[in-house]
Design a protein around this ligand. Structure first.
Ligand SMILES: Cc1cc2nc3c(=O)[nH]c(=O)nc-3n(C[C@H](O)[C@H](O)[C@H](O)COP(=O)(O)OP(=O)(O)OC[C@H]3O[C@@H](n4cnc5c(N)ncnc54)[C@H](O)[C@@H]3O)c2cc1C
Length: 441
């Protein structure tokens, strides 16, 4: 079904089937929103953008109300592949061409800072989220090795980045026991983690009197009135000086038409039964995370209890696929045929926001009183966490770092609410076909 009247956050009940939800005691807040509340800042959305904004704003002395329609980590932040990658979703060649070398270099540094910021939080707050080093780009196509080599040389020469290791066909097979890859590139500056443990680890640090966390509290309307902002959750009302909107792919129609600048996409993940460390290391020798080079990527890694967490497959309608377990397992079996009989314990999906240029979409509305950050395009684990820091700087009057992102121009995805999903789906049809027929995956 393409059109559905339910909000995105109302539909995704399969979140409870997620391995991550099973892996940690849920965050639980006892705060309850009364009819009226006044705070400095109201944050809408309890994913990494919202929770990191809350942490940073509370640390700067602001009083904060964080409103989450369902549970903390309900959205993409609690459902993702756990790859804490540096850089942006697009490579430096693309950024240099689009923005010029100096600006591209600033974005590169942001990418590094974003990963470092997440690691600093993990270390500072002793967050037990199974931080592991190394992400492999696994080349599905013969031509990939040439690109990997060019990228490695370019980053070494112009960015002084020496954390990459090129793998030929024999070496990639030594790292990943699969027959489908032609080459690879290991990035030792990237990591992987259990994202929900990371998010709840951060949320648990904000137990100050300055914050109220309201779960099961959807914001249904935001209005500006004179010097103040009002967020409504049905008949209840929060008055604040500023509002942060951190709903990403779950935004729906809460804000004018900024949702037209990204495409909400559903992506799916499965978790196998625990395979044990020995078998896991037979498949991925050094316990790195992996993502491949297809248009619709496969991404996978091992969990703290040695389950293969395997993600892949996208859909564009308002609803999730009915049988996401088989949908993803078919992809996993092609990579690791030896896992055909392996039991799948968990299968879930999540919604992310993809912009046309694949760069994040930051901005302000309502005379700078409403600030939003979204559209991380599948590369948001580190960037959304870092966005919270930049949002707090912006609110505190230091705009430069936030504005580097908000100055990026984003095109509208054509088609409005009714046609953008089918239009987007047809626009990428060629790439899907190329992946599935030409390369027989
Ligand atoms: C399956 C999947 C795999 C991914 N894998 C990776 C990966 O490996 N690496 C990577 O870097 N990125 C990955 N991503 C992307 C990454 O997860 C996101 O970019 C990031 O988590 C976005 O965080 P966020 O806080 O902005 O949004 P979200 O985490 O989606 O949070 C938005 C929250 O807003 C809430 N909300 C919505 N509307 C309202 C409302 N009206 N009132 C109150 N609350 C509301 C929602 O319930 C939700 O909890 C993946 C995404 C998905 C879905």
């Amino acid at each position: 079904m393409l059109f559905n009247k339910k909000k995105t956050y109302e539909q995704h009940d399969n979140e409870k089937e997620s391995y991550y939800r099973h892996s940690i005691k849920p965050y639980s807040s006892e705060d309850f929103l009364e009819d009226y509340l006044e705070v400095d800042i109201c944050i809408v959305g309890g994913g990494l953008t919202g929770v990191s904004s809350a942490l940073n704003l509370v640390n700067k002395g602001y009083s904060v109300a964080l409103c989450e329609s369902r549970l903390i980590g309900w959205g993409a932040s609690g459902r993702n592949g756990g790859q804490l990658g540096n850089g942006m979703r697009k490579d430096q060649f693309f950024l240099e061409k689009k923005l010029g070398f100096e600006t591209a270099r600033e974005f590169w540094n942001f990418g590094l800072d974003a990963v470092q910021y997440s690691i600093d939080l993990i270390n500072k707050y002793k967050i037990d989220c199974n931080l592991q080093n190394g992400v492999i780009s696994a080349g599905c196509f013969k031509k990939d090795i040439k690109y990997f080599e060019e990228e490695k040389n370019h980053l070494e020469k112009f960015y002084n980045y020496t954390n990459l290791k090129l793998l030929n066909k024999i070496q990639i097979k030594d790292e990943i026991k699969s027959n489908i890859y032609e080459s690879g590139l290991i990035n030792y500056g990237s990591y992987h983690i259990n994202p929900l443990k990371f998010l709840i680890g951060i949320a648990n640090q904000i137990n100050s009197t300055k914050i109220k966390v309201f779960e099961n509290t959807p914001i249904t309307k935001i209005i500006e009135h004179e010097d103040s902002m009002y967020c409504y959750s049905n008949l209840k009302k929060i008055k604040s000086k500023r509002v942060v909107v951190a709903c990403n792919g779950y935004l729906d129609n809460l804000l004018s038409n900024i949702r037209q600048r990204f495409m909400p996409i559903n992506n799916y993940v499965i978790a196998t039964e625990p395979l044990g460390e020995k078998k896991a290391r037979e498949l991925i020798k050094n316990n790195h995370a992996v993502c491949d080079t297809r248009f619709i990527i496969d991404y996978y890694r091992f969990s703290e209890d040695w389950r293969l967490i395997f993600g892949g497959g996208e859909t564009y309608s308002a609803m999730f696929v009915k049988n996401s377990k088989n949908f993803v397992k078919n992809r996993m079996d092609k990579v690791f045929p030896t896992l055909k009989d392996c039991k799948i314990d968990f299968a879930w999906g999540g919604t992310l926001a993809i912009t046309i240029n694949r760069l994040p979409h930051f901005g302000t509305l309502m005379n700078n009183k409403l600030i939003y950050a979204q559209g991380y395009s599948g590369h948001g684990l580190a960037l959304s966490t870092f966005a919270g820091k930049l949002i707090s700087e912006k609110i505190d009057g230091k705009s430069e770092r936030f504005d580097l992102f908000s100055n990026i121009k984003h095109l509208i995805i054509p088609g409005g609410d009714f046609f953008r999903r089918p239009i987007y789906s047809s626009a990428i049809f060629y790439y899907k076909l190329r992946d599935s027929i030409k390369y027989k995956f």
